[in-house]
Design a protein around this ligand. Structure first.
Ligand code: NDP
Length: 297
């Protein structure tokens, strides 16, 4: 089996390099060209030519325009990378009989209510990033290719920057931290996403009827405030010297950003767990593991 991985150095892409390796021949690209292979999703014609040249059985697309606030002003680029490039991959997958594995976001929803979103719920993105990711999903679904789309939320990895590391850095110098408490979701490890992806690929290659759209997130829920408190409590309990004394919950309205964020990022993962006989661990176990890794505890 030949797998073409795009976005190999993102949080999820990095973990996919590990989890996909045992499945077959892995050709992994980032936006830099390798020979005449092009992994830059903004160069649509070169992307198409690359897929044709590689002739993969499975395309796994972990690349995306993920700068949520910047997408409000770089609308054209966000749409090109998140929607038009998805269209190219889907069309090529359809014509070559390949699978397309793709990632999307709870930001396709408007964030209202407190129920966990199901795959069948109505979509209504409230920012440009969400709209561009939704357009990508719709292009894939309309193409007629065999696809797996995983909508996920609040992704972190031990490598690179993440919310927990930012909180730890700020807590070293500041006595108080103000953290948003009215947005709720589930921090989800890039390693979990990559492992579930590999398991799902194993299933669908023999059971194509499992193709479709799935919600993939760690179990449980928490606000950014609760997440920050978990991180700081763990660090203090494990001997980190921090200046922070108080963590204050604030509303989103007290922290305006160019892109509006949904308040309800909860994802219902029942379909994924049932169709693939999976158990998804609670968010705390993955975050604690990541903290042990970054703090070397
Ligand atoms: P990252 O931002 O960590 O990785 C995205 C990767 O895409 C980066 O390596 C980036 O490269 C690359 N990229 C950006 N533009 C291009 C381009 N034009 N051509 C090629 N590569 C490009 O994202 P995650 O790993 O966290 O996200 C994986 C998927 O999950 C994405 O589809 C995202 O939309 C989705 N998702 C992410 C969430 C999150 O909280 N992060 C939440 C919900 C869904 P470079 O570093 O060079 O820019």
């Amino acid at each position: 089996m030949k797998i073409l991985l795009l976005g190999k150095n993102g949080q999820v892409g990095w973990e996919l390099q590990r989890s996909l390796a045992p499945l077959g021949e892995l050709i992994a690209l980032d936006r830099q060209a390798v020979g005449n292979l092009c992994g830059d999703l903004s160069d649509l014609e070169s992307l198409r030519a690359t897929i044709r040249q590689v002739g993969p059985d499975i395309i796994v697309n972990a690349a995306a325009y993920t700068a949520v606030d910047k997408a409000e002003s770089e609308v054209g680029l966000a749409e090109r990378v998140n929607a038009l490039a998805s269209q190219v991959m889907a069309d090529e997958a359809a014509s070559q009989g390949a699978w397309l594995v793709h990632y999307s976001t709870d930001y396709v929803f408007n964030g209202e209510g407190t129920e966990a979103w199901q795959e069948s719920d109505a979509v209504a993105p409230i920012n440009r990033y969400g709209a561009s990711k939704l357009a990508g999903e719709q292009a894939i679904i309309a193409s007629g290719c065999l696809y797996l789309i995983f909508r996920t939320s609040w992704v972190y990895g031990a490598r690179g920057n993440n919310f927990a590391k930012t909180m730890l850095r700020l807590a070293k110098d500041r006595e108080t931290l103000n953290v948003i408490a009215d947005q709720v979701g589930a921090p989800t490890g890039a390693d979990l996403i990559a492992d579930v992806t590999a398991l799902a690929i194993r299933h669908v290659t023999t059971r194509p009827e499992l193709a479709g759209l799935y919600h993939l997130a760690a179990a449980g829920e928490v606000s950014w405030y609760g997440y920050a408190s978990h991180v700081i409590d763990f660090a203090k309990a494990n001997g980190e010297v921090l200046a922070v004394g108080a963590i204050n919950p604030i509303d989103s309205s007290a922290y305006p950003t160019p892109a509006q964020r949904p308040l309800n990022s909860r994802l219902n993962t029942q379909k994924l767990r049932d169709n693939f006989s999976l158990r998804l661990p609670d968010w705390q176990s993955g975050v604690t593991r990541m903290l042990r890794e970054v703090l070397n505890k």
